[in-house]
Design a binder for this molecule. Structure first.
Ligand SMILES: [Fe+2]
Length: 241
């Protein structure tokens, strides 16, 4: 069994992540915030779209939901805590709940901060983690609803996952985040190297994602912050960067 995972870019910076099994063509999407550009890929590849995973209620993550559900009758997983804001879901999921969808088995991890109900989806066998707007490469989501303490605790939970986990965030923010990270640690050679690699990828219009969690644990200032006060200081500085 082989699972292919590809980013589908839409809007300015968003990615929907497409997962499909080569043999069966069974497919799922994470955070389909738009319909037409994403659906054209599903059709080109002749995929059987079966499931949608939603990390949080923002419209750039849910905008394609209704049309995908109507077109493919797929099941839709969304956070229980945001059930009032994501009315199209077929399954509302809670912390540590297991989701089995054929070629993938996810565990739900509650990660409040960016929104109060934000969740991540983790598959321990495939070693993949979909982080929505909670964790980005070299950055983290803005605190629109949650407190710094909530986001700090959420990031600690992500940090506790194995180093060889591949992280799939929902935005291509790595270059901007890298610039901020370098402003905090200008002499960090590993960070300089990652930033150069990111710039080359972006110049070639290629995604900088996914990224190994090990890399993020070493370079992402928001994961390196040891205490909530340090995290809060970085988050405030980034908001004004
Ligand atoms: Fe968001």
């Amino acid at each position: 069994m082989s699972v292919t995972i590809e980013p589908i870019p839409f809007f300015e910076t968003n990615y929907t992540w497409l997962l499909y099994e080569e043999e069966t063509k069974n497919a799922l999407l994470v955070d389909p915030g738009d319909f037409t550009p994403i659906d054209s890929i599903i059709k080109d590849k002749h995929l059987n779209l079966q499931s949608l995973l939603i990390t949080h209620h923002h419209s750039d993550h849910t905008g394609g939901l209704r049309q995908f559900k109507e077109t493919y009758s797929c099941q839709v997983f969304a956070p229980m805590k945001e059930r009032d804001r994501i009315s199209e879901a077929t399954h509302y999921v809670q912390d540590m709940e297991q989701i089995s969808i054929g070629f993938a088995q996810f565990i739900v991890i509650n990660t409040p901060g960016h929104t109060l109900g934000s969740i991540c989806y983790y598959d321990a066998n495939l070693k993949i983690l979909f982080t929505g707007d909670t964790l980005f490469s070299l950055g983290c989501g803005r605190l629109f609803e949650g407190s710094p303490d909530q986001m700090f605790q959420s990031l600690q939970r992500i940090k506790s996952l194995p180093d060889d986990t591949l992280v799939y965030p929902a935005h291509e923010y790595t270059e901007d985040n890298g610039r901020f990270a370098l402003s905090l640690a200008p002499n960090n050679l590993a960070l300089q190297k990652r930033f150069e690699q990111v710039k080359q990828l972006r110049d070639a219009h290629k995604p900088t994602l996914p990224v190994l969690l090990e890399t993020e644990k070493k370079l992402n200032p928001f994961l390196l912050a040891a205490i909530v006060e340090e995290f809060t200081r970085y988050r405030k500085a980034k908001d004004q960067f």
